[in-house]
Design a protein around this ligand. Structure first.
Ligand code: LLP
Length: 431
């Protein structure tokens, strides 16, 4: 099995110790199911090893965009995580969950005046600043309030990672941040140092997502620390924080490698220590921003089969009661997933088919070219694994299909973390 929270007993798929078939019977389909204990364990991989190797001032920021609802923030709070948000909606959700807003860092490459004021009014601790216009606005709004806003600069280190284009963000020509190579990062740093209402804490980079190369963080740490040393030499300012972003990959299929996060963090920390000594820098407080690796394997989606269509001499389709509205990732990135017939989990899989959704377009594919048991038929439960990240958070109401509920399991307990949308919800803003 691709994750340790999955088991097969008596031909039935269990998730977080619970029968997926019973969960589907109790709550109906389609549903997202999330395993609270796995989320907590994933958080601890970061909080424990970051403190162990980087020291007590290291922090792990959960990247909310991976999966955002109130319960997630209360789990993050109790696990001692900080969070990264990218919109007033994520800020509002965190605040409504009672999250300590001083532990929030506000990202986004295009924050408008409303966003900046909203974040300040809600006590967001830090802004990750992406451009000059935003820096100027933050300085002005902080000035109006009579305080200094803590910020970090998002800098592009010029690293091309081996991942898909949509999430490859560290290159010089990225839409995010200030490139080091062109001198823009140095220039903006000097501007910020001359501003009255800006407290520049340090620098941030995020080079990509779903990364498996173990040296990516070492490579970005090298470029970032050398930049910090250059800034020190040129201005006398020494950054006190360095955020290395998110991005560790997760296992969607058996072909994906397993990343040893603790060992990776150890390697990065050793490197950072050594390089800081070589460059004569005080070690900055290190942050990381994991999203996918906190929630992806803590989620699965359960669907019911609507029909099995055999087009003789061509191909077969299994159509389910969800699709690209609850999981657009194949349609967007051709992402791979593992699919299991939940109560036929040990049956031989010799029926080649595409798993497709109910949405009205041919691109509505959850996973093409898979094999499921020959006997799969209308009413069977299908589990798509590793859907905890970037599924619920990227869901839409295309075809006016209500968003799915999120059911949380925790040991023997199960509860609704997010209610499914109703038809009434769909029209509530229609005039
Ligand atoms: N920090 C920053 C600034 C980011 O932009 C991201 C992700 C993260 C942290 C978290 O990265 P992670 O640990 O989750 O890899 N929708 C795409 C993923 C977009 C990622 C965007 N940024 C997908 O479904 O694959």
């Amino acid at each position: 099995m691709i994750c340790s929270n999955l088991q097969i007993k008596d031909n039935i798929l269990y998730f977080g110790g619970r029968s997926t078939v019973e969960l589907a019977e109790k709550y109906g389909t389609p549903i997202y199911v999330m395993d609270e204990q796995t989320i907590r364990n994933n958080c601890r991989k970061y909080t424990v090893s970051m403190k162990k190797y980087f020291g007590d001032n290291a922090r792990a920021f959960y990247a909310s965009k991976a999966c955002c609802f109130k319960k997630i923030y209360s789990i993050m709070q109790s696990e001692g995580m900080c969070v990264d948000v990218v919109s007033p909606g994520e800020i509002y959700t965190a605040k409504s969950a009672g999250f300590d807003m001083s532990k929030v860092c506000f990202h986004s490459n295009s924050k408008n005046d409303f966003d900046i004021n909203f974040a300040m009014d809600n006590g967001v601790g830090c802004f990750a600043v992406d451009n000059l216009e935003e820096l100027t606005a933050i300085n002005n709004f902080a000035g109006e309030r009579g305080f200094k806003q803590k910020i970090i600069f998002r800098v592009t280190p010029g690293i091309d990672t081996h991942t898909y284009e949509a999430v490859n963000t560290g290159k010089v020509d990225s839409k995010f941040g200030f490139p080091i190579e062109t001198g823009a990062a140095m220039e903006i740093t000097k501007v910020a140092l001359g501003m009255d209402n800006i407290d520049l804490a340090g620098f941030h980079c995020h080079v990509g997502s779903q990364l498996f190369d173990s040296d990516v963080f070492v490579r970005s740490a090298k470029i970032m620390l050398e930049f910090i040393a250059e800034v020190k030499a040129e201005t006398g300012y020494e950054a006190r924080e360095l955020d290395l972003g998110g991005g560790y990959g997760v296992r969607y299929t058996e072909n994906d490698p397993e990343i040893d996060i603790e060992d990776n963090i150890r390697q990065v920390a050793e490197y950072v220590k050594k390089l800081c000594a070589d460059l004569n820098l005080k070690e900055p407080a290190i942050s990381m921003e994991p999203g996918r690796s906190i929630v992806a394997d803590a989620g699965i989606t359960l669907y019911k089969v609507g029909n099995v269509k055999r087009i003789e001499g061509y191909k077969n389709y299994i159509a389910i009661d969800g699709g690209m509205g609850d999981n657009p990732r194949y349609a967007l990135y051709e992402s791979e997933y593992t699919v299991i017939a939940a109560h036929k989990a040990n049956e031989p899989c010799d029926f080649p088919c595409d798993l497709v959704g109910r949405f009205c377009e041919s691109g509505d594919i959850i996973q093409p070219k898979i094999k499921l048991p020959e006997s799969v038929a209308r009413g069977d439960i299908i589990a798509v694994l590793t859907t905890g990240a970037y599924n619920y958070s990227m869901a839409s109401n295309y075809n006016r299909i209500p968003k799915l509920p999120v059911i949380m399991v925790n040991g023997n307990e199960d509860y609704i973390a997010v209610k499914g949308e109703t038809f009434e919800d769909l029209i509530k803003n229609d005039m």
